[in-house]
Structure formats: C-alpha cells, structure tokens
Design a protein around this ligand. Structure first.
Ligand SMILES: C[S@@+](CC[C@H](N)C(=O)[O-])C[C@H]1O[C@@H](n2cnc3c(N)ncnc32)[C@H](O)[C@@H]1O
Length: 265
C-alpha cells in the first residue's frame, strides 16, 4: 500500500516485465486503478531503478485479436519502443507495442530446443518475432528451421533477428499457417505455440510432417480437461500417439498452459 507521499522507490510495482538488454530496454507495468493518477511517479521510480529502461509502458488491455498483442500506452520515455532482447545467448528484435513476446516462456523454448536432434527440419507455426526458431537454430543443430507468422511487424523483427544471430538455416515466412504450410512437407517437427486455437491446425501440422514426425501442441486447460484433449487428438489423427503432456506455465485460476507432444503415423 502506498503512503500519502511515497518515495519513488517505494512506488515501484512489485513485479513488472523488462524487455531488452543492459543498454536499452522497455518496462511494462500494470497500474492498479487507485494509482492511475500517480502513474508518472511509478514510471519515474522504474526508470530510476533500471537505468537501461528508455520507455515505461502501461498494460492497457488484455491480449486480443489474431496477433495476440495488447494495448500498451507510453507513460514516460521514448516513442521508439523496439529493443533487442537477450535470452539464452540469443538476440531478438522486438517491439512489444506491435508484436507478441513473453520472456516468461524462455525456459520452455530451451526445453523444446533440447528435444531437437542434429539434422532435423523444424517448422514453427505462429512464429511471432521468432524466439522458438532462433533458440532452436542456435542451441540445437537443425538442418533447417522455418517460421510462419501472420503479423507483418513481427516478421520484420524475426528477419532482423536472423541477421543479428548470423543464422543461415532459418527462414521467416509471412502469412496464414493454413495457407503457407501447404508449401512444406517431410518435416521432422512442428511447434504450435498458439494455445487459444492450436487444435484447429493439427491437420496442417500432420500434412507438413513426415511419417513419425512430432508436433508440439500448446493449449490452455484445467487439469481435468487434459484427458478430453488427448481424446480429441486421437480422433482427429487416427494412429498418432501422444508421447507426453507437460505443464508449461500457470495461466489463470486452476488453468495451465500445457504442451502435448504427438507423434504422427
Ligand atoms: C501466442 S503468439 C506466439 C508467438 C511466438 N511463437 C512466441 O513464442 O513468442 C501467437 C502468434 O501467432 C500468430 N498467428 C495467429 N494466427 C495465425 C495464423 N493463422 N497464421 C500464422 N500466424 C498466426 C500471431 O500473430 C502471434 O504472433
């Protein structure tokens, strides 16, 4: 609880996201209703404590629409909110005002990268600014990685990141997965990080994969709904086998983000 005349340090929200690197970053904060009139003070406090923060942005909506972005209002600082985020030795160009990015998913990206074997071809549906594709290309030894993304601003950042990380085996494709994935076949692995609607794309993934290839399907569910999701996949993809279902991150009250690994036939 804030006192009447809070010091700037005391006013800092207890948790907020900082995206970027040690020289240039943006902070994303949630401003509770009672503190709305003092949000400039909050921004001052954040910038005082984090000298690399050039802009403080306020979460002004939940994520929405096809691009899964949210409204972010600048409370203080630069209007140029594109930064280069550093994660697991990789560099991602990202502007959180026009593209989805969550640094909380870094551990999951490394988990999936550790499953990729040398020489594999990997397709990332819903690639965003390319974090899965870049981490896999840098940390595993795939033959090729292709990411498909519908948001042009995200694809621009993805392409910048391919250059920043000096990768020659990654390709960013702009467009709808339903349409663009038709040009690709024989892949070893497909990653599907759109938990709201991934299951609508499992037939596209099946078409892209070779026999025995694996799809990683992300979804939101309560624990007691997981069985039903497995049944759905068994019915849609006869002969496929669910290799495992893992908890990824908490999402809401009793709701989790999960990853289902499915081997096709
Ligand atoms: C939850 S975000 C994940 C982005 C990225 N994979 C990451 O981990 O940061 C989902 C992404 O899917 C994209 N998207 C939504 N529908 C799509 C579609 N039909 N085809 C291609 N991309 C799509 C959105 O624009 C968004 O960038």
């Amino acid at each position: 609880m804030l006192q009447k005349k809070p010091t700037k340090r005391r006013a800092i929200p207890s948790s907020f996201d900082v995206i970027g690197n040690k020289d240039r970053a943006v902070a994303i904060i949630e401003v509770p209703q009672p503190l709305q009139k003092r949000k400039k003070l909050l921004a001052d406090a954040v910038m005082l404590q984090h000298k690399n923060v050039v802009s403080v942005l306020e979460k002004a909506s939940p994520r929405f629409g096809t691009f899964r972005t949210r409204k972010l209002k600048i409370i203080k600082g630069s209007r140029n909110t594109e930064v280069v985020h550093v994660e697991s030795g990789c560099r991602f160009a990202v502007d959180p005002r026009n593209s989805y990015f969550s640094q909380r998913e870094g551990t999951e990206r490394m988990r999936v990268a550790s499953l990729v074997k040398e020489g594999e071809s990997v397709m990332v549906f819903f690639a965003g600014i390319g974090p899965f594709a870049i981490v896999i290309a840098k940390k595993a030894r795939p033959r090729a990685v292709v990411g498909v993304e519908i948001n042009p601003a995200a694809v621009k950042c993805f392409e910048k990141s391919i250059t920043l990380n000096k990768l020659d085996n990654v390709k960013a494709v702009l467009g709808d997965v339903h349409e663009k994935s038709r040009d690709y076949h024989g892949f070893d692995r497909v990653i599907m990080p759109l938990p709201e609607t991934s299951f609508d794309f499992i037939e596209d993934a099946k078409r892209v994969l070779r026999k025995g290839g694996v799809m990683h399907v992300y979804f939101f569910a309560r624990e007691d709904e997981v069985k039903m999701k497995k049944k759905f996949v068994a019915e849609k993809l006869p002969g496929s086998s669910v290799q495992g279902v893992s908890r990824v991150l908490p999402y809401g009250p009793r709701i989790w983000k999960w990853r289902m690994d499915v081997a096709t036939r």
